[in-house]
Ligand binder design. Structure first.
Ligand code: SAH
Length: 387
């Protein structure tokens, strides 16, 4: 097996429990093939474990074991078994959840989501794209979970960055492309080869149930996508409106409302414009959900992202009636929980509202957070009482 030597800084990072070494901390990786399984050692050749190599990414190696690995096929299968066993312990009230969450399951570069009888996977690195790894993944998932079909969702930009040949989203096993899944008793349509990410935002599942506990009166779900929050709030609320800029997303949201026998109003609009117009027209709500896309895609646009979050939260706070509920989210890893709370605090100060923290939440437990890999924690969901 080829050997990759890492600098003292890289070695220390691994000893601290992280699983990445950046290219700038690689001392020697000459001639190593893209996606290769490599032994990792420090500058004195003390072994540090086994990793997957990328020739393209700034993250040159991602650890897959702290030990020597000879049989990658079996290791991948074992890691998938462990990931499935973990979900059996922590996931409740759903047949849709993340089965493999990349680094957090020691399968860096692989995402697998389950939607009832369909599985959706995403391959994000050179190593996960190799034939042996793909075969191990498909064999284990088919054997353990016996899905009706397994779809691969391709993000063309990721493949380009990893210098992998273009590939389109397709079914890798089976023929079924649509199903219905259920979370917290709410039903959703799923199309294996359509929609964003692998189809739904499963990371919000536990937050939907939490938000529903406080929701009441007239509710506005901003950035509603397929209606995850709106559908969960509907039983507690007198009226629910969902807003998104994507018409295809709203069409699915509407079918979901029908599937659950709910009457929800959907508005296709730019959320920033709509909130500004509604706020200046004096429109009021009792419950508002804000779940925008990641504004900070990198550290460099953190300031702009924070301004975006501030503006949304300011407008929402202005529109809440006394005793109202604000459910406000950020899925930008680069915005820390304390940055986010600070922005919301500033919005509370600027609007002179008294805001009480009901719950400070994160991603659902099937998206595990590894304490030694901070990048695995990205979702913030804060529930506030506003008077
Ligand atoms: N709350 C959703 C997930 C939201 S993802 C759920 O729980 O499933 C972010 C959504 O914001 C996407 O559906 C995207 O179409 C929408 N979006 C992005 N920019 C927008 C904008 N400027 N105005 C309104 N919607 C926008």
């Amino acid at each position: 097996m080829p050997l990759v030597k890492v600098s003292r800084r890289g070695a220390n990072r691994l000893k601290d429990g992280h699983v990445w070494v950046y290219r700038s901390d690689i001392v020697d990786a000459k001639g190593i093939a893209p996606g290769a399984l490599v032994a990792v050692a420090d500058e004195r050749e003390k072994p540090l474990g086994t990793a997957l190599y990328s020739s393209a990414s700034q993250i040159a190696i991602r650890m897959i074991s702290t030990e020597a690995v000879t049989d990658l096929f079996s290791l991948i299968r074992k890691r998938i078994q462990e990931a499935i066993a973990y979900r059996e312990r922590v996931v409740r009230d759903t047949d849709a959840y993340r089965i493999v969450f990349s680094e957090a399951d020691f399968l860096p570069g692989l995402i697998v989501d389950r939607y009832n009888d369909l599985l959706s996977l995403q391959v994000l690195t050179q190593a996960m794209d190799t034939d042996v790894v793909r075969q191990a993944i498909l064999a284990e998932l088919s054997e353990r979970l016996a899905p009706q079909a397994i779809a691969e969702r391709v993000d063309p930009r990721v493949r380009e960055l990893e210098q992998l040949p273009a590939r389109s989203s397709s079914l890798l096993r089976g023929e079924k492309t649509s199903t219905i899944f259920t979370m917290n008793g709410v039903r959703f349509h799923h199309e294996a080869l359509e929609g964003q990410k692998t189809g739904a935002f499963l990371d919000q599942r536990e937050n939907y149930a939490a938000a529903a506990q406080y929701a009441r009166g007239e509710a506005l779900d901003v950035f509603c996508y397929h209606g995850g929050f709106a559908l969960h709030l509907a039983p507690q609320c007198s009226k629910v409106t969902g807003v998104d800029s994507s018409l295809p997303a709203l069409e699915v949201a509407d079918r979901n409302a029908e599937l659950n026998g709910r009457n929800i109003e959907w508005i296709e609009a730019n959320a920033f414009d709509l909130l500004r117009d509604y706020a200046s027209a004096g429109q009021k709500y009792d419950t508002i959900v804000l779940d925008p896309p990641a504004f900070a895609k990198s550290k460099s646009n953190l300031e702009t992202a924070l301004r975006g979050y501030k503006e949304l939260n300011l407008r929402a706070l202005r529109m809440l009636r006394p005793g109202g509920i604000l459910v406000t989210c950020s899925c930008s890893y680069h915005v820390s929980p304390s940055d986010f709370l600070q922005v919301v605090t500033q919005a509370a100060q600027d609007t002179h509202r008294t805001v009480r923290l009901l719950e400070s939440r994160t991603q659902a437990k099937d998206h595990p957070i590894l304490l030694t890999v901070p990048e695995t924690a990205y979702l913030k969901c804060v529930i506030l009482s506003v008077s």
